[in-house]
Structures are given as C-alpha cells and as structure tokens.
Design a protein around this ligand. Sequence first.
Ligand code: DAT
Ligand code: MG
Length: 137
Amino acid sequence: MPTEETLVLVKPDGVARGLAGAILARIEAKGYALVDIKLVEPDRDILEQHYAEHEGKPFYEPLLEFMMSGPSVAIRLAGNRVIEGFRSLAGTTDPTTAAPGTIRGDFGRDWGLKVQQNLVHGSDSPESAARELGIWF
Ligand code: DAT
Ligand code: MG
C-alpha cells in the first residue's frame, strides 16, 4: 500500500502551552514521518478555506478567532494509513470526553464550552488531506 499523507496542526493552545514537543514526540513514536513542518500564523483567508465545511455553524466565528490567536505548527505527515491513524492518536473532538491515552484525552483541558481548544487538527479523509495540504503548504 502506498504511503499516505495528512495535514496535522498543533493548534494555538498546544503551542502556547508548550506542548508542541510532547505532541511531536507521540507522532514520532508512532513511526510517522515528518515530511515538512513549519510555524504558521494563518490569516482569515486560509482559515475560511480550511474550515469551509463549518461556515454558518455557531462555533465557526469563535473557531476562526481562536485559530488567529497565535501560531500553529503545520505538519505534512506521512505513514501507513496515517489519516485514520493520526485521528485515532488525537482522540475525539471534545477533549472533555476524549479517551485517556490520546493527545486530546491526556493534554486537553476541560474548558467548558471551548471545544475548539483541542490541541490538534488532523485531516479526516484523503480528499480533505489533499485539499488541506494545498492550503497550508
Ligand atoms: P475535528 O477537529 O475532530 O475534525 P470537526 O472537524 O468536527 O472536528 O470540527 C472542527 C473544529 O471545530 C474542532 O476541532 C473544534 C471545533 N468544534 C467542533 N464542534 C464544536 C462544537 N460543538 N462546539 C465548539 N467547537 C466545536
Ligand atoms: Mg475536522
């Protein structure tokens, strides 16, 4: 099976809390390859493209504001079934209920309604990965 690629972001809360290294260590321990990596302060245009599927939802504006609150680490990550595998490593969207052993479950703080502060992003399909990698890289 050919190696797959995905877009991973360590979001502003992860960078601000000094967790980028710990999150990268888990990614590397899993055996995934860092193909490209950079610190990015995305403008609104990039985020509107990235989160187009969520436009109009109640959390859309707070999500964009949060994503513009500081730098993120953008990673082009490669590996066998890395799209599915990284999302498993990340845990479910809400850090309050994400399973222990996952990035969101272990490092995600209980911020009440601030579900967006869930440390990482990972593409959810091959189509999303190709689209999102084109936006960020
Ligand atoms: P994921 O990041 O797990 O793929 P998603 O694509 O459904 O989740 O949503 C994108 C981001 O939007 C998510 O990481 C956090 C935020 N979000 C999603 N659902 C939310 C909600 N109900 N309330 C607040 N923020 C939410
Ligand atoms: Mg998503």
